[in-house]
Design a protein. Structure first.
Length: 238
C-alpha cells in the first residue's frame, strides 16, 4: 500500500464533487458529494453496481465531463478551470486510459496504434524514436511478434494488451481503467490485469480501476464502493 501522508501531494484530490444531467427537463443527480484522494503510485479500485456512477467519476477525473459542483484537481490542475484545449493538453501529458471496449483504429497495425498515441502525447519526439518506444511498449505486454497485425487479426486479449501498451507508452503518471477485463474471459483478463499492475508499479503510475471483480479489487492498495452516486472506502482488513 502507498500511504498518503499529510505532507504528500495527491495526484488526485477531488472534493465534494456532484454531477447532474438534465433528463426530461429535470436534473438527475449522478454523483453526490464525492471526495477522493489518491497518492502518486497508488492503486485504487472502485466497485459498485451498474449505474451507481463509477464511470461518470472516471470521466470527471479524465476531464471528459465537468463536475456540476465541487472541485476535481489532478496533478495540481483544477480541471473545472481549464478550457477544452487545456484539458486536451492535460490528458496528453498526464493520463493513460484503458477502456472495456478496445477502441483501436482498425486500419492501423498494433505498432501504429501505439505509435500514434505517443506521437500525440510527445510530438517533439522523432518518428524513429516513437516507433522504437511503441515497439518496446508492445514487447512489454508480450506482443513483440504481433507488431504488424491489425486488430482484426488479434484476439480480444491481444487487442486489450495493445490498448494497455497504448495507454502506458508515454509513461503517464496516472492510469484510468474502466472495466478493462469486462470483454475478456477470466484467464485472459487475469493476464491483462497482471500486466497492467506490473507496468504501473514499474513506472510508479497511479491507477484508478473500475471493476465488478471483487478478487481483482482486493489486489489494489485501497478499495472504494460506489452506491447510488456516493463513494465510501471499503478497503478490507489485511
Amino acid at each position: 500500500m502507498v500511504p498518503l501522508h499529510k505532507t504528500d501531494a495527491a495526484i488526485i484530490d477531488a472534493k465534494g464533487v456532484t454531477y447532474s444531467l438534465e433528463v426530461a427537463s429535470r436534473p438527475l443527480r449522478i454523483l453526490n458529494s464525492v471526495s477522493l484522494r489518491v497518492a502518486p503510485a497508488e492503486v485504487v479500485a472502485i466497485v459498485g453496481p451498474s449505474g451507481s456512477g463509477k464511470t461518470s467519476l472516471l470521466m470527471l477525473l479524465a476531464g471528459l465531463e465537468r463536475a456540476t459542483s465541487g472541485q476535481v484537481v489532478v496533478r495540481h490542475q483544477d480541471l473545472g478551470q481549464l478550457s477544452e484545449d487545456d484539458l486536451a493538453r492535460f490528458r496528453r501529458k498526464s493520463l493513460g486510459i484503458v477502456f472495456q471496449s478496445f477502441h483501436l483504429i482498425p486500419s492501423l497495425t498494433a505498432l501504429d496504434n501505439v505509435a500514434l498515441a505517443l506521437e500525440i502525447a510527445a510530438p517533439e519526439l522523432a518518428m524513429p524514436t516513437i516507433r522504437q518506444r511503441a515497439a518496446e511498449a508492445l514487447a512489454a505486454v508480450g506482443l513483440a511478434e504481433r507488431l504488424d497485425h491489425r486488430p482484426s487479426a488479434l484476439s480480444g486479449g491481444e487487442q486489450q494488451r495493445v490498448g494497455l501498451a497504448r495507454a502506458m507508452v508515454a509513461n503517464p503518471p496516472l492510469l484510468l481503467a474502466d472495466e478493462p477485463t469486462g470483454n475478456l474471459d477470466q484467464t485472459t483478463g487475469a493476464l491483462v490485469v497482471e500486466l497492467m499492475f506490473d507496468l504501473a508499479r514499474q513506472n510508479r503510475t497511479a491507477v484508478v480501476l473500475i471493476t465488478h471483480d471483487p478478487a481483482l479489487a482486493q489486489r489494489a492498495d485501497r478499495v472504494f464502493t460506489m452506491t447510488a452516486g456516493e463513494l465510501a472506502e471499503t478497503t478490507p482488513v489485511r
